[in-house]
Design a protein around this ligand. Structure first.
Ligand code: GDP
Length: 353
């Protein structure tokens, strides 16, 4: 599971990447993606660490890669879009901060224009792909391919084409199981979730420009304002200073923490916890996973030899203060293999192989 940070030059991608992953690639990073791991910021995890004071703490991580700069010229971006095919969620960074000392590749700041251009380029790439594929089906029809399969593929592609031409993205396209078996492996771009990070000037870190959400929500874009500059300042503070600073700004948590959460959700992921004196750990699983499937994240033997799992709700543990109190209040739950794991549950698996 990978997120790709993309955007025009000088919009704050590298600054965000460094804040997220702790890595600082040079400004000259060439045409390859730079991989990095970001810690999931999660208050619940921090509270559990405080409660158990374990020898080891292992938060959840997500993989971010920093992609090369986009070009203002769509034609020259074609090779760039190849890199996007390998990304599960596109994290598009748009510049909304004004700063005369920072060069802007399109002359002046206009985030709505930049996001719209990017969206159009994604749509165009998918349309081009579909066109080429339709031509190809035409060329080979009557030869090796089964005409029935070819007809089905053509029908699916044409429906996708219409959908795109209506100004919609494949993210909102209903893929039937049959479609999926035919076109599921094609490198479409607009079916990927897009998180737009709006790099705002420090003074209006809470505000999104008017109409932005309404314009891009139908495409499945999720928007979050972040001020890379303010976030950088926050990251340089110690814990106490940080609290005061955040209170002064009137915000609960740094925007970058929310960003990791939004990305995690866009990937369809949740976490559950295991706790103890040795280790407090967050485990990443797909939303909807059953208890044995979740156990596999820890070890495949847990899935294989699954007996049951003892579950504590995070809120119960916080309210009641300790595992002992949770048990005494009858809030420790025994769950079987049909249990669908919810985000934030604390699990203790029982298994036998
Ligand atoms: P990239 O080219 O998209 O990777 O952008 P960088 O992260 O390298 O940032 C480009 C320049 O913009 C650097 O000089 C940053 O210090 C500056 N910059 C990034 N974010 C902000 C911001 O939120 N406010 C201001 N004023 N400058 C920023």
């Amino acid at each position: 599971m990978r997120l790709g940070l993309v955007g025009l030059p000088q919009v704050g991608k590298r600054t965000l990447f460094t804040l997220l992953t702790g890595q600082s690639p040079g400004p000259e990073r060439g045409a390859e993606a730079v991989p990095g791991l970001a810690e999931m910021r999660d208050d619940r995890f921090d509270n559990l660490v405080e409660m158990y004071n374990p020898k080891k703490r292992t938060p959840a991580q997500i993989e971010f890669s920093l992609l090369p700069d986009l070009d203002t010229d769509a034609e020259r971006n074609r090779t760039f879009f190849k890199l996007l095919e390998r990304v599960d969620v596109i994290c598009y960074v748009a510049r909304a901060f004004e700063d005369d000392t920072v060069f802007h590749s399109s002359g002046h700041v206009d985030a709505t224009r930049d996001i719209a251009n990017f969206a159009e380029e994604l749509e165009l790439m998918d349309l081009l792909f579909i066109e080429k594929r339709l031509e190809r089906i035409e060329e080979v029809s009557g030869r090796k391919t089964d005409p029935l399969v070819a007809a089905k593929e053509r029908a699916a592609l044409e429906r996708m084409q219409n959908h795109l031409e209506e100004g919609k993205t494949l993210f909102s396209f209903e893929v039937t199981e049959e479609d999926h078996s035919i076109v599921g492996s094609y490198p479409f771009l607009t079916d990927k979730p897009v998180v737009v990070v709006l790099n705002v000037a420090d003074e209006d870190a809470d505000a999104l420009p008017d109409g932005l959400v309404e314009t891009f929500a139908p495409r499945g874009f999720e928007l979050i304002p972040v001020s890379a500059k303010v976030e950088q300042e926050i990251s340089e503070l110690d814990t106490e200073e940080r609290k005061t600073f955040l209170t002064d700004l009137g915000i609960e948590a740094p925007a970058i923490d929310r960003l990791t959460r939004i990305c995690y959700e866009a990937l369809g992921l949740i976490s559950f916890f295991t706790v103890g004196e040795d280790e407090v750990r967050a485990w990443t699983i797909r939303r909807g996973a059953s208890a044995p499937q979740a156990g596999r994240a820890i070890h495949k033997d847990i899935e294989r030899g699954f007996i049951r799992t003892e579950v504590i709700n995070y809120e119960d543990l916080v309210v009641l203060g300790s595992e002992k109190n949770v048990k005494e209040n009858g809030r420790l739950m025994q769950k079987g293999r049909d249990h669908v794991v919810e985000d934030g549950e604390i699990h203790h698996f029982l298994f036998k192989v």
